[in-house]
Design a binder for this molecule. Structure first.
Ligand code: GDP
Ligand code: MG
Length: 441
């Protein structure tokens, strides 16, 4: 748990940069500012200051200093922030001065956020949102992360937990009044009503969990098909760079190549895979096996075939597939007549037909990830705990006639929700959550 040390860290990017932000949090944050600048700025107001080494009195830099007294600060402790020039020697001189002060040490990764959690500033779902916000690559991810940071799931879970605790109190009252049958059945009926309502609200949140988790991780689109159909050329064309090696020789792509795309604000991981064919080359055979596995697991397969080739192998049986007839520039009337309905005719070398393919792809991604209400659940941890709460409620409802079991299951459901927000019993998961954070956050 939190020690009484005052911690400091560089919270901005790697120097040299124009401006560096150094944060200091803990009981002596204000002392540090006084020692370095000669006085304490007004709370939450920027103050121009000469930062001096308290030992030599030499000016280290000219800077802006801010002070956020507890509890109205990011961590809930006294926080000082110094914005100075982002040179390595500047930062090193400031850190050397701080290190000499009694009761100071460098912060560990995520330690500011951890202190914010321990001081009740953020619950765990908000912290997960904060981590996601820092790592968000696309607009839709940013929006989802910000909603989590603002408490979309955390507030809801806390509301559920409070209602559960009330229901549990009713159920326990039912046990106390068990020799007065009508009082007992009356309070149990009330508690049962709450359990049923919560069960359905939690089930609804869970039903949309896959979407929130997918948006965090990105949709996976696998390009697959026979060798030499132009799969790698298509990937490079879509990614607008030479991510994958293209050659006229079949069997060039062996490992799975990934590129990350921002498609209309949604994250998409596009995979290029080895051409699917029978082969005796053990390396290529492994590539084909990986290609098959990744295509099976993908959210969508772009099945690429050569439109100039009359022999068209059957696409794999997966839920979502677009048939892409590539090399349409080479296709003859005969091969064009064979065109399967619903397929896309494109030329990855000239770019013909690619806009239509990309528009349909963007519509698919939007349909899968977006366009409705923001998802409440964005992580496996959240999903598992909500499922635990839901299962306990199911058992509670089934056993409502046995008051002691009923009350116990309600307690278990409330406990799962408490773990979700971090109100109860979370020491064991904290390290996992804060591992995602960088120093200075
Ligand atoms: N004419 C034409 N050639 C293409 C097209 N797409 C790919 N190619 C060529 O087909 C060959 C195989 O392409 P590649 O992308 O390596 O195929 P992969 O094995 O499916 O990955 C290369 O020589 C490409 O230049 C296309 O749309 N039109
Ligand atoms: Mg290839």
């Amino acid at each position: 748990m939190t020690d009484q040390k005052t911690i400091y860290a560089l919270s901005s990017g790697r120097p040299p940069v124009a401006v560096a932000v150094v944060r200091i949090s803990g009981p002596r944050a204000g002392d540090a500012l006084k020692a370095l600048t000669g006085k304490l700025p007004e709370p939450r107001r920027a103050m121009f200051a000469r930062i001096r080494d308290p030992q030599s009195n030499e000016i280290i830099d000219e800077a802006l200093a801010l002070f956020f007294p507890a509890p109205r600060s990011e961590t809930g402790e006294d926080v000082a922030e110094i914005q100075l020039h982002g040179g390595r020697a500047v930062i090193a001189a400031l850190f050397a001065a701080l290190a000499r002060m009694e009761g100071f040490r460098l912060a560990e990764p995520g330690e500011f956020t951890r202190r914010a959690f321990e001081n009740g500033k953020l619950d765990l779902t908000a912290i997960e949102g904060l981590a996601d916000l820092i790592y968000a690559d696309t607009d839709a991810q940013r929006r989802q992360a910000l909603r989590q940071l603002q408490g979309l799931l955390g507030n809801r879970a806390e509301d559920w937990r409070k209602r559960l605790i009330e229901a549990q109190a009713l159920a326990e009252a039912g046990i106390d009044f068990s020799d007065e049958a009508d009082v007992a059945s009356n309070v149990t009926a009330q508690a049962l009503g709450v359990a049923r309502a919560l069960q359905s609200e939690i089930a609804q949140a869970l039903s949309d969990a896959a979407r929130g988790e997918r948006l965090r991780e990105g949709l996976v689109v696998a390009i697959a098909g026979p060798p030499n159909a132009g799969k790698s050329t298509l990937l490079n064309r879509i990614a607008r760079r030479e991510a994958s090696i293209v050659s006229p020789f079949a069997g060039t792509t062996r490992d799975v190549i990934e590129v990350h795309l921002d498609l209309a604000g949604y994250p998409v991981t596009l995979l290029d895979t080895a051409g699917i064919r029978e082969t005796n080359d053990p390396v290529e055979r492994e590539g084909v096996a990986r290609a098959r596995a990744r295509a099976q697991a993908a959210d969508l397969v772009l099945w690429v075939v050569d439109a100039s080739d009359i022999a068209m192998p059957d696409p794999p049986a997966v839920a979502n597939i677009f048939v892409v007839r590539n090399k349409i520039d080479l296709a003859t009337k005969r091969t064009l007549d064979e065109k399967p309905s619903g397929s896309f005719g494109v030329s990855s070398t000239t770019g013909k037909g690619l806009d239509a393919l990309l528009d349909t792809l963007a519509a698919f991604v939007n349909e899968t990830l977006g366009s409705r209400e923001p998802a409440l659940v964005t992580r496996e941890r959240q999903r598992i705990l909500l499922q635990e709460a839901s299962d306990a409620l199911t058992r509670a409802i089934a056993e409502a006639q046995r008051e002691d079991i009923f009350a116990e299951e309600l307690r278990l459901a409330a406990r799962a929700l408490g773990r979700l927000t971090g109100r109860v019993d979370v020491e064991d998961i904290l390290d996992v959550i804060f591992r995602d954070f960088c120093i200075g956050k």
